[in-house]
Design a protein around this ligand. Structure first.
Ligand code: CU
Length: 274
């Protein structure tokens, strides 16, 4: 190993050893966490396309710069060029960027539309309410009908529970795998934001307004998110812990939670209308 057990090597080794191991996030990871929904799959591949376009444009501009610096340096050109315009070039450097932007815009709008339009008849409705500084979750409907608070764990409690620091919570969110989950979100006091990176979900939770988003988790596991709108002193301490489970586990959790958590006496308007 190149890390010696002294000085900075020891510090790095200690950090590596103390980093909680949870499947989706690697130490010193660059790029996104592994996608766990089709939305995030699409976001990731669009991002990769953009990166290649950006790399190509940067390399092209760099090549032009190097060429100009070498070819037209003062030493090799005692008499400076007096050329001041070229119509063909000017049309080209206007049209080509326009074409590149249109090429980017088409998949971008497609992706925005896919994220924005909730598939008809979602399987699960959940309301997530951002509060200073925790989340309240509401599960309306006949076989649910309960509400509970979800608070971030202290460092000591997270270590005890084997959960990652600043991401583990006392009462996680549960959803079934391969089902369309509709999220309605609002803020109770200030603006928060409900975000789950591996699902490709980020939606502002605004007081006095109900925002909608959705996702369909395509693998089971534990996924973490955080409030993503600066909402006050303990903004960094209101994480989101999502458990994606099988249908049977979800049904068991619903039955259990119905007994454990407070009843939700106001059903969601949409469900009441069904
Ligand atoms: Cu916040």
């Amino acid at each position: 190993m190149f890390l010696r057990k002294s000085g900075i090597g020891a510090v790095v080794a200690a950090l590596l050893a103390s980093t909680p191991a949870f499947a989706q996030i690697k130490d010193y990871q660059l790029g996104f966490q592994a996608p766990a929904s089709e939305i995030m799959d699409r976001i990731e591949s669009f991002h990769t396309e953009l990166v290649w376009i950006i790399v190509a444009v940067c390399l092209f501009v760099l090549a032009l710069l190097v060429w100009i610096v070498v070819r037209y340096r003062a030493g090799a050109n005692p008499v400076p060029s007096k050329v001041h315009h070229n119509t063909l070039l000017e049309v080209a450097w206007t049209l080509i960027p326009v074409i590149i932007l249109v090429i980017i815009a088409i998949p971008s709008f497609k992706l925005l539309y896919f994220e924005a339009v909730i598939p008809p008849n979602p399987d699960v409705h959940i309301k997530t309410i951002g509060k200073q500084w925790f989340w309240t979750y509401e599960y309306p409907g006949a076989n649910a009908g309960f509400t509970y608070d979800s608070l971030g764990l202290s460092d000591a409690d997270a270590a005890k529970a084997g959960k990652p620091r600043l991401l583990g919570v006392d009462n996680p969110l549960y959803v079934p795998v391969n089902k369309v989950i509709e999220i309605e979100t609002a803020g109770a006091d200030v603006i928060h934001s409900f975000a789950l990176p591996q699902m490709g979900v980020k939606m502002d939770a605004v007081p006095g307004r109900l925002n909608h988003t959705w996702f369909k988790a395509d693998k089971t596991g534990v996924f973490y998110g955080q409030c993503s709108e600066l909402c006050g002193a303990r903004h960094a301490y209101m994480p989101i812990e999502l458990h994606v489970v099988s249908d049977a586990e979800y049904a068991a959790w619903l039955a259990d939670s119905k007994k454990k958590f407070a009843a939700l006496d106001v059903p969601a308007p949409r469900l009441a209308a069904k």
